[in-house]
Design a protein around this ligand. Structure first.
Ligand SMILES: Cc1cc2nc3c(=O)[nH]c(=O)nc-3n(C[C@H](O)[C@H](O)[C@H](O)COP(=O)(O)OP(=O)(O)OC[C@H]3O[C@@H](n4cnc5c(N)ncnc54)[C@H](O)[C@@H]3O)c2cc1C
Length: 515
């Protein structure tokens, strides 16, 4: 497969030829790139059926309280459900459970929540931490008065994701009634009395399992999420996305291994394709010699930009020397990549469908993590106790209708509203001058610099309060009045109304929880 891209993607070819399992990684990238041909296509996948259509002659191989399809964040959730609430779980993955193609950054204080909820002890999760940093910064390539905004206690520790997932795997396997199946792909399911029957494909053959609830944690490619979130039969599972590629590598120059680079841009928008994209870097030391660097851009799902991960990888290798220069000792440990989902809720609350009768979606399949910071792991950690305990209650009470399960989600109004800010990061050559995103973000970093540190910390940790968000927006408006015409130009009337609705929904939710 690598040889097929030798001429079309010479830099990917060169580097992946030297990476361990280069062919395998290329296959995974191409598999994810199939997402682009599915979005906007018709008809939507049909994988959820009524019980009346269940074939009569099937044999059920096992029954569980919950079946988790997808063993990345799904494994973490399943482990909490079984370890803390004693529910039986089957976890399947079409590849190897507890093995992912991305590493995570999180703040130490967020990670401590796993201990506080009685799930994974701090002494256990510390084994997954490969590096902690003194501080981190955000810097956009403004032409003048460029602000490097330092932020403490944000994404300040690097996690080896497979280590934390192994801890979850052991928790699941510690109970004999549970099972974890590798190389087992979800195919379809039927809503029957008392739960869901799930068909999987394992070693080339179909197999059937039953559970009270099917938990969809299949990520961005989830056919369930696509079916539930299609409009008039057209697949429209997300409103925005962030194609991301990068490497975990050694031998890069000019790195301070005590500092995380949270968001960094080095040049104006790339206008060579479609409506244009503002490329942004992120870089985190993963140890004292390894550095994880990502290249990504924020975009609308329906823009005409080139969003292919494979093409973005070629751009990554081409532009890497403008961010961190590879030395003669440059060595890639592994590629990291993904299509990070984002959703703008056009209304007062959650408008994305994240449940059906007997089915609930978590993780990227649910697409409820921050559309600005894209911390899906952080969102899972923050909401784990709440979503796992509510799911356990629903299972105990057999309250598993669509309405019951829709109420169990990682939706947070303070996180959802960030989609309105994210829209400013989506460059559009038809309305924006090439350095638009950099100049605007530089102004916002200057405002954040003048506000107390908690503003920048909670903004980037997805924990901002209503009062602080309101103060931030009013301060930006007062110090940078150009934001009003820019907002009108970027969001239009309907987008501005939608933002106000998000805000009103947040206010209503805050009032209801304080009463
Ligand atoms: C490059 C990159 C860096 C990131 N960095 C951070 C970070 O620093 N901090 C942070 O908080 N978040 C980060 N994120 C976001 C975070 O990684 C995701 O939100 C998280 O991985 C989502 O997990 P998931 O289990 O929902 O989906 P995925 O990670 O996509 O996992 C889905 C799983 O489902 C399996 N699967 C798919 N289809 C099927 C099927 N039909 N049958 C069975 N199994 C199936 C897949 O094999 C996979 O194991 C990053 C994302 C990317 C792409």
């Amino acid at each position: 497969m690598l040889s097929e891209i030798q001429h079309s993607h010479p830099l990917v070819y060169k580097h992946f030829s030297n990476i361990e399992h280069g062919e395998f990684w290329l296959k995974r990238i191409m598999e994810l790139d199939r997402y682009w041909s599915q979005v906007g296509s018709r008809p939507a996948p049909e994988v959820i059926f009524d019980g009346a259509k269940l074939p009569k002659d099937i044999e059920i191989s096992g029954e569980f309280d919950a079946i988790y399809a997808g063993a990345t964040l799904g494994l973490l959730h399943a482990a909490a459900l079984t370890d803390l609430f004693g529910k039986s779980v089957l976890v399947i993955d079409k590849y190897t459970p507890a093995k992912t193609h991305r590493d995570w950054n999180i703040s130490l204080r967020e990670l401590q929540r796993l201990d506080a909820m009685g799930f994974l002890k701090q002494s256990e999760t510390e084994k997954a931490i490969t590096k902690t940093y003194k501080t981190g910064f955000v810097e956009f390539a403004a032409r003048k008065n460029r602000k490097r905004l330092f932020i403490n206690h944000v994404l300040d520790c690097a996690i080896e994701s497979d280590v934390i997932l192994q801890l979850a795997l052991h928790k699941v396997l510690a109970r004999t009634e549970n099972a974890v199946l590798a190389q087992t792909a979800f195919q379809r399911c039927w809503k029957v009395d008392g739960g869901v029957v799930v068909e999987v494909r394992r070693e080339g053959s179909p197999q059937f399992f039953k559970a009270k609830v099917l938990v969809d944690t299949m990520g961005i490619m989830s056919p369930i999420a696509m079916q539930l979130n299609s409009e008039n039969g057209v697949v429209r599972p997300q409103t925005h996305i962030c194609p991301t590629v990068g490497t975990l590598a050694s031998g890069l120059e000019e790195i301070d291994y005590d500092i995380g680079e949270i968001l960094v841009s080095t040049e104006p928008a790339d206008t060579s394709h479609g409506s244009g994209r503002q490329l942004i870097w992120e870089g985190f030391p993963a140890s004292d010699t390894l550095f994880t660097s990502y290249l990504f851009f924020y975009d609308r799902i329906d823009s005409d930009n080139d969003k292919s991960l494979l093409n973005l990888f070629e751009t990554y290798f081409e532009k890497l020397p403008t961010y961190k220069k590879p030395s003669a000792k440059f060595h890639i440990e592994k590629p990291v990549f993904g299509i990070i989902p984002a959703y703008h809720h056009d209304g007062f609350g959650k408008t994305r469908v994240t449940a059906d009768d007997g089915i609930v979606l978590f993780g990227d399949a649910a697409s409820l993590s921050s559309p600005l910071t894209f911390c899906g792991f952080g969102s899972m950690v923050r909401n784990l106790e709440r979503t796992a305990s509510k799911l356990a209650d629903a299972l105990s009470q057999n309250a598993t209708t669509k309405t019951d399960l829709d109420a169990i989600s990682a939706y947070e109004p303070n996180v959802a509203i960030m989609s309105n800010l994210m829209k400013f990061m989506c460059y559009d050559a038809r309305t924006d001058e090439p350095n638009f995103v950099n100049e605007l973000m530089n102004e916002i970093m200057k405002v954040l610099d003048e506000l107390p540190p908690r503003f920048r910390e909670t903004l980037f940790r997805d924990e901002m309060s209503l009062a602080d968000f309101t103060t931030l927006i009013l301060t930006v408006g007062a110090k940078f009045p150009k934001i009003f015409p820019i907002t009108y130009q970027k969001l239009g009337v309907s987008g501005s109304i939608s933002w106000l609705q998000n805000w009103a929904g947040w206010v209503a939710r805050s009032l209801s929880t304080t009463q």
